[in-house]
Design a protein around this ligand. Structure first.
Ligand SMILES: [Zn+2]
Length: 878
């Protein structure tokens, strides 16, 4: 893309601002004293019950609490009891009703015992305390910019943040029952774990809510939500089912939660174990630090992920993926819980797998196999994730939280299912749940359960997929010997064998279609280079290696355009057709290819293949490809039409395209497609677009779909006339999701205007992570050296930290390498920039390109973090 930095400022100033940005981003993402320990600590005691009473001082954002721990000791001679405790001031400690001494040091509260205890002795430890937590418990309150917003208090315990609002044993390797007693304003609702025992009037118009969780759970799964919420009640098999949203979001309840009871039926049957808790509540909260969290019987969800009634028809699967993920956790994670974070995949892999099971059940196997195909294509190129095993103790250096324990682990369970067969696999799942019910587990417990219930020894499978890293990168060539009627298939595993990555031994189905029909040959691949041979009854029309994509892998299989076209048109499984669409997108100037892609874009029986065909046409980017895309605008599903309209942004300077886009913006019945049309118009730089965007900005739409699109498009268009509108929408008081986009767009317009820079600098001090993040990048794009000092000042404030997975650190390292670019440009992929150009301007072009790419990656990362639940504690929220 074109660079706003060219010939703007002195190269050294640009290098300095880039360095400052790198450091600021590093600070934004630096893990704040990571609490998650890879080994479970040894225990001095077993918690039996935790009884917590909480009150709140909203003005001071303070929690005032009292907790009574009932516990029994696990060793002789204990002179004190330690609890995890952070950001909390303890005013009194009593053991068995008697005052005792205590001390607080290094996030531990040590409560002294009157005399050394024996193993098995029982104690009641009562603590009174207060605190102003910055993690674990969050106050969302009205302020001058948003005086009408609902008041909310919510918690997020995972990974180890419960001890920021309750002094408690805060690691998964113990389980306790709990009581949560909340005194809140009389018009509030509260939600916590287990059963609601009572709601009683309290002094000053307050009410006291008492919840009891009667089956033992790990303490990171304790939670509550309290505030100005609206509720809808339902019932399933005599269990209360409740949905809560912040006041004002009532219209999202039915469009978001309508499948809940079917999901409960489905999972109870599929897992072979009935839903285990006394109720199921799902609560949407504002500014949540994750997309969802599987608190026991009381899932917390981000209000951002709720589905507006008016937009329901535009979403392919509503919020089902998030809801089914969290619901699966009620079995995997909550009923059976990982003993330590090293084994987190037993929670997250199953939850990812469970969501895909639901998708298969509700939306069909095409939809779920398309999801696996996309996950595979996202995961395989990841340099950070590839060399790291799913189970590793090396938590501090690893990025496994994001990519491996979710998507890769889900894939591994998917492979295990296909290799064991449904019968054996689900028998093993049931046995694993029953044998470990209300227990904490490690990976070996799953291996044992599988072997006990099916007789199959899965050690080799786990060694390569769970304790080993990577996946096969296949390069396959086929050759037909017409005289001998034989096909020989050369298979190479090209992944670099080093560290934890080895050669894989995998079962693979090779499907060969001739005029006589399809024949499937099961083979086992295990070597770095081997050749298989198959007898056939005639010339092969189509050869599929790993038919249906049953193995997590990449595949480079050289085929002719005719073979790919046949595969796109006739392969039975979605992944094989999608592979063909991708391959055909790399073939330019071939009318038959373009026509076949157009045909698939209009008529493939599954929408995902239609989307892949459209994307391929966008890459082909020829006049013919354009015709094909325009001809597929009549697709019924908005999520396909949207991809078509997106591709139209690739066809620049074409009057017809621009006219069509304007008409789509005006007439399409879905907001998402109309919004995408605005962005494509901006990319195409059509005349009259600036005025159209201004008009769209004043148009109301659900979730501000059109405003968001037009702000983003204003940045793409880069027209200085948009500045007043962008400044207005970037201002405090506007909804923060719109502000973030407006700020991003300000990074691309009127670059010599120092007033814009000054405005962006003023946003660096705001509490919202999103606003700071957007402002840093926008300043980076503007390249105005007056931003350096404020960025450095931001670093010194030290309160930037937000715990996020370490994958980001790789990106930062990459950029750090960049900041020295004016001396020694690192190699970059061909096509990005001429490497030979080492003049100041050229190097800064490289830097800008890198920054662009980093911003895209970081934005995707940010979205991704939202979409997965917090496996790490969130940072300070706004
Ligand atoms: Zn999860």
């Amino acid at each position: 893309m074109s660079s706003p930095w060219k010939n703007q400022h002195h190269p050294q100033a640009r290098a300095a601002i880039l360095a400052a940005i790198v450091l600021a981003i590093a600070a934004l993402f630096a893990a704040a004293a990571r609490a998650d320990r890879p080994y479970a600590p040894s225990r001095d005691y077993h918690l039996q019950n935790v009884r917590v009473s909480l009150r709140f001082d909203l003005d001071q954002r303070k929690v005032i609490g009292e907790v009574t721990h009932t516990l029994s000791t696990l060793r002789d001679g204990l002179t004190h009891l330690d609890f995890d405790c952070a950001e909390i001031t303890v005013s009194s400690a009593r053991v068995n009703g008697k005052d005792t001494t205590f001390e607080l040091r290094d996030n531990k509260l040590r409560v002294n015992l009157a005399q050394p205890a024996k193993s098995g002795e029982k104690f009641d430890v009562n603590l009174r305390y207060e605190g102003k937590p910055t993690s674990g418990l969050y106050f969302i309150l009205p302020d001058k910019d948003d005086p009408a917003r609902p008041k909310e208090i919510w918690t997020q315990g995972e990974a180890e943040d419960t001890h920021h609002y309750i002094p408690i044993y805060d690691y998964p390797n113990d389980r306790t029952t709990s009581e949560m007693i909340l005194t809140v304003p009389g018009d509030w609702l509260t939600v916590s774990n287990g059963k609601l025992l009572s709601v009683q009037d309290a002094a000053g118009g307050m009410k006291t809510w008492t919840w009891r969780q009667s089956l033992p759970v790990s303490t990171y799964l304790i939670s509550f939500v309290a505030g100005e919420y609206k509720e809808k009640q339902d019932i399933w098999r005599n269990i209360p089912i409740t949905y809560y949203v912040p006041r004002g979001m009532e219209d999202t309840i039915d469009s978001t939660f309508s499948h809940t009871k079917q999901m409960l039926d489905f999972f109870s049957e599929r897992f072979g174990v009935e839903y285990p808790w006394e109720k199921y509540a799902q609560t949407a909260v504002d500014d949540f630090v994750a997309a969802g969290m599987e608190n026991v019987s009381a899932t917390t969800l981000s209000a951002r992920d709720m589905v507006r009634a008016e937009l329901a028809a535009e979403k392919a699967e509503a919020a089902d993926s998030l809801l089914s993920h969290e619901l699966t956790h009620q079995w995997f994670g909550d009923l059976v819980t990982c003993k330590d974070w090293t084994n987190t995949w037993l929670n997250e892999g199953f939850a990812t797998f469970g969501a895909n099971l639901w998708e298969e059940h509700e939306y069909g196997v095409d939809a779920s196999s398309y999801r696996y195909w996309r996950d595979q294509n996202n995961w395989m190129p990841s340099k950070e994730l590839f060399p790291i095993p799913i189970v590793t103790r090396d938590i501090n250096d690893s990025v496994e939280y994001v990519g491996n324990v979710y998507d890769k682990a889900g894939w591994v369970l998917h492979m295990l299912r296909s290799q064991l067969g449904d019968d054996a696999f689900f028998r093993a799942v049931k046995h694993y749940l029953e044998a470990n019910r209300l227990q904490n587990v490690v990976t070996a417990d799953l291996v044992k359960a599988i072997e006990e219930s099916t007789g199959t020894n899965v050690d080799p499978f786990f060694d390569q997929w769970i304790y080993g890293a990577g996946a096969p990168r296949f390069v396959v060539k086929s050759d037909y010997d017409a005289a001998a009627k034989k096909i020989s298939l050369n298979v190479k595993q090209t992944q670099k064998v080093e560290g934890h990555v080895g050669l894989f031994r995998v079962p693979v189905n090779v499907a060969i279609t001739t005029a006589g029909g399809e024949k499937v040959f099961p083979i086992e691949v295990s070597k770095s280079d081997e050749t298989f041979s198959f007898a056939v009854d005639g010339r092969p029309l189509m050869v599929l290696f790993d038919k249906g994509d049953k193995i997590l892998r990449s595949l480079d299989f050289q085929k002719s355009p005719e073979e790919w076209i046949r595969q796109l048109q006739t392969a039975k499984d979605v992944p094989d057709r999608a592979d063909a669409a991708v391959a055909l997108g790399n073939i330019k100037d071939n009318d038959a290819v373009t026509a076949a892609l157009g045909e698939a874009a209009r008529r493939d029986r599954f929408w995902g293949v239609r989307n892949e065909a459209l994307r391929a046409l966008g890459r082909v980017n020829s006049p013919n490809a354009r015709k094909q895309v325009l001809a597929s605008l009549s697709n019924d599903q908005p999520w396909v039409r949207q991809v078509a309209v997106e591709q139209m942004g690739h066809f620049q300077n074409d009057e017809e395209t621009i006219k069509r886009l304007q008409a789509i913006y005006k007439d399409d019945k879905t907001y998402s497609v109309r919004g995408t049309a605005l962005q494509s118009l901006a990319q195409d730089k059509g005349s009259g677009t600036a005025a159209l965007l201004e008009k769209a900005l004043s148009t109301s739409s659900p979730d501000d779909v059109l405003r968001r699109a037009s702000l983003r498009a204003m940045g793409m268009l880069g027209d200085n006339e948009a500045v007043p509108s962008l400044l207005e929408w970037s201002s405090p008081g506007k909804p923060s999701s719109l502000r973030g986009i407006a700020i991003g767009a300000l990074g691309r317009v009127d670059l010599k205007n120092h007033d814009i820079t000054a405005r962006l600098i003023s946003y660096l001090n705001e509490s919202s992570f999103d606003i700071r993040f957007a402002s840093i990048f926008a300043l980076g794009r503007r390249g105005d050296p007056t931003a350096i000092e404020p960025l450095e000042a931001l670093l010194k404030t030290g309160n930037l930290s937000i715990s996020v997975p370490h994958s980001v650190e790789g990106l930062i390292e990459q950029l750090k390498g960049q900041s020295a670019a004016h001396k020694d440009p690192p190699p970059i992929p061909a096509g990005d920039q001429k490497i030979s150009d080492t003049s100041g301007a050229g190097n800064n072009q490289i830097v800008v390109d890198r920054l662009d790419r980093l911003e895209r990656q970081m934005t995707e990362m940010n979205d991704r973090l939202r979409k997965i639940e917090a496996s790490l504690s969130g940072g300070k929220s706004d």
